[in-house]
Design a protein around this ligand. Structure first.
Ligand code: IP8
Length: 245
């Protein structure tokens, strides 16, 4: 089984609020059709969820956030999710919408529910979940990142490969030279923060990728603008991106 995260930067235009990159989404979905293995999709918030989270000052820490903010962030994620689901259906794939409230209570995964996702995937349906604004309890809520969901699912589902689809070739050792790190070994790196990312952007991604690789699982960062690279990595043909072992 594969776990695939479609990052917010690849599925939305982060410079323009509430704009999905529909052509890129279609290209990625078309290439996913070439994968002959069960997979689960997680997607990020990009210029939908993050745009509103910043506006309402909402973060990953459980707090009593503005209730209108909770509703609006959630609603924007449903809107983005619908665009993704529609693209899967249009391309004759069978997505199964799975909001994180289906397998997370508070900030704890429900093991039985997570295990069920494997069964859904093996039936031929494609479970699709996403980062979201979640009820935490005690009038508090929080932003659950799709990257964090990757770790939650990986721990239980033990995918053969976890793939983070990015708007970049992978992880660079240096932003000036954009020299790609082909194989990442828990190195010390400094990452510039992006103020529109309330869940921590690339720093969060690397943290979760290291976390998953420490479970003994393979993680791969790949450029979604070259979706054939996803298919090549899955078929172990060629890894053009950053591999975390
Ligand atoms: O883009 C965050 O998910 P991420 C989703 O995977 C929201 O960090 C609601 C901002």
């Amino acid at each position: 089984m594969l776990l695939i995260k479609l990052g917010g930067s690849i599925i939305t235009n982060k410079k323009k609020p509430l704009s999905a990159k529909r052509k890129t989404i279609t290209k990625i979905v078309k290439s996913l059709k070439k994968i002959n293995e069960d997979f689960v999709i997680v997607h990020g918030g990009g210029s939908f969820g993050h745009y509103w989270s910043v506006k309402f000052d909402m973060h990953t820490k459980p707090e009593k956030y503005n209730l209108k903010g909770v509703s609006i962030v959630k609603n924007s994620m449903i809107e983005l999710n619908k665009i993704i689901l529609d693209s899967f259906i249009k391309n004759k794939l069978n997505p199964y919408c799975l909001p994180p409230t289906d397998f997370v209570i508070g900030n704890k995964p429900i093991n039985k529910k997570v295990l069920e996702i494997k069964k859904i995937a093996s039936s031929g349906l494609i479970p699709i979940t996403f980062g979201d604004a979640l009820w935490y309890g005690n009038k508090k809520s929080y932003i659950l990142s799709g990257d964090k969901i990757m770790s939650i699912l990986a721990r239980v589902l033990k995918p053969r490969l976890s793939i983070f689809v990015l708007n970049e070739n992978g992880l660079y050792s240096d932003m000036k030279t954009r020299k790609l790190i082909y194989e990442f070994k828990d190195e010390k790196i400094s990452i510039k923060k992006n103020p529109i990312d309330v869940t921590g952007g690339m720093t969060r991604k690397v943290t979760e990728a290291v976390n998953i690789s420490k479970m003994g699982l393979k993680v791969f960062f790949v450029n979604g603008n070259k979706p054939e690279r996803i298919v090549n990595a899955v078929n172990s043909k060629k890894f053009e991106g950053t591999l975390f072992r």
